[in-house]
Design a protein around this ligand. Structure first.
Ligand code: NCD
Length: 308
């Protein structure tokens, strides 16, 4: 039963529950008009203490397309956080007004604190460099829709694997499917954190390799997940400048890739995929952004328990 629950990290959902959400998202994709009143009378609050385009607006579009209403703030400055209010107090207050909330915060664990402070369902829309479970739902729906399955493929994750929360959540979620090989492509300084390598990849006996050069591995990949170097999480601007253009996917590199590769990116892109790649049929990142809205529609319906 998903009704009334919060979603803080991908492992909060069993594989069966994940499937339930993705199956509902498929139905919504096929027949969106059937759901236009599903959340009538309900309110979603979006509490964003960090910048966002897709996540916040896809949540809001999702709720609006379900006939619900939305409210919220899009920066810490415009909320009482600027006066020193705690996340716990803010969420208790919001729970007096809304039925469900999505929260994004620069501190790891903030969404969990919020969820523990209320009975209202709370969705983690990104907590610092930690987790981003609804981006993962988006990624899974995209892979399943375009590849037909969540088993049996080689995925390359490229870029900032240290601070990239979308990468951490995606690896966790994919660790439970069969026969997936992970190729982790990053500069030495931006490798996946120890808890992902030890507690997820090694502990579960998953097949993975860590490499520095995209050119050397691109030909083996079925899915390539590009990411942005997370400037806002660096302590030192000089390090960011040195590492920011470590990878640029261009047509020359794509020459070596499989014809049925899919290229994903949670977006925003900075320089890591050159614009010329957008025209290639393998570029799937804008489709991915659209799937993000549908999967959030499914998630909201499930957590509110309003499925017909
Ligand atoms: C990602 C995020 O916020 O972690 N963006 C998103 O939600 N689509 C990725 C990023 O900011 O690089």
């Amino acid at each position: 039963m998903l009704k009334g629950r919060s979603l803080i990290e991908p492992m909060d959902l069993s594989v069966e529950e994940l499937k339930e959400i993705l199956d509902l998202a498929d139905k919504i994709v096929d027949n969106p008009l059937e759901y236009v009143d599903a959340c009538k009378g309900k309110i979603l609050a979006t509490l964003f203490y960090e910048p966002s385009t897709r996540t916040r607006l896809s949540f809001e579009a999702a709720m609006l397309r379900l006939g619900g209403a939305i409210m919220g703030f899009s920066s810490a400055n415009s909320s009482s956080a600027a006066k020193g209010e705690s996340v716990a107090d803010t969420i208790r207050t919001i729970a007096c007004y809304a039925d469900i909330a999505a929260i994004r915060h620069p501190k790891e664990g903030a969404a969990k604190v919020a969820a523990m402070s209320t009975d209202m369902p709370v969705i983690n829309a990104g907590d610092g460099g930690h987790q981003h479970p609804t981006q993962t739902l988006t990624d899974l729906l995209t892979i399943r829709s375009l590849k037909g399955s969540l088993d049996n493929f080689t995925i390359g994750l490229c870029g900032d694997l240290k601070f990239g929360r979308t990468v951490h959540s995606l690896i966790k979620a994919l660790s439970r499917y069969s026969n997936i090989k992970f190729v982790l492509i990053s500069p030495d300084e931006l490798k996946v954190p120890e808890y992902i390598r030890e507690d997820i990849l090694i502990k579960n006996g998953l097949e993975f390799e860590e490499v520095e050069r995209l050119e050397n591995v691109i030909s083996q990949l079925d899915v390539l997940y590009m990411t942005r170097v997370q400037r806002e999480r660096f302590f030192n601007e000089a390090d960011y400048i040195r590492l920011k253009d470590s990878y640029i996917l261009d047509m020359e590199k794509l020459e070596m890739a499989k014809k049925d590769l899919i290229i994903l990116h949670p977006l925003p892109r900075v320089n890591e995929i050159s614009i010329e790649v957008d025209k290639d049929p393998r570029a799937s990142y804008f489709k991915q952004a659209k799937y993000g809205m549908f999967v959030r529609m499914a998630l909201i319906i499930k957590l509110l328990g309003v499925e017909k």
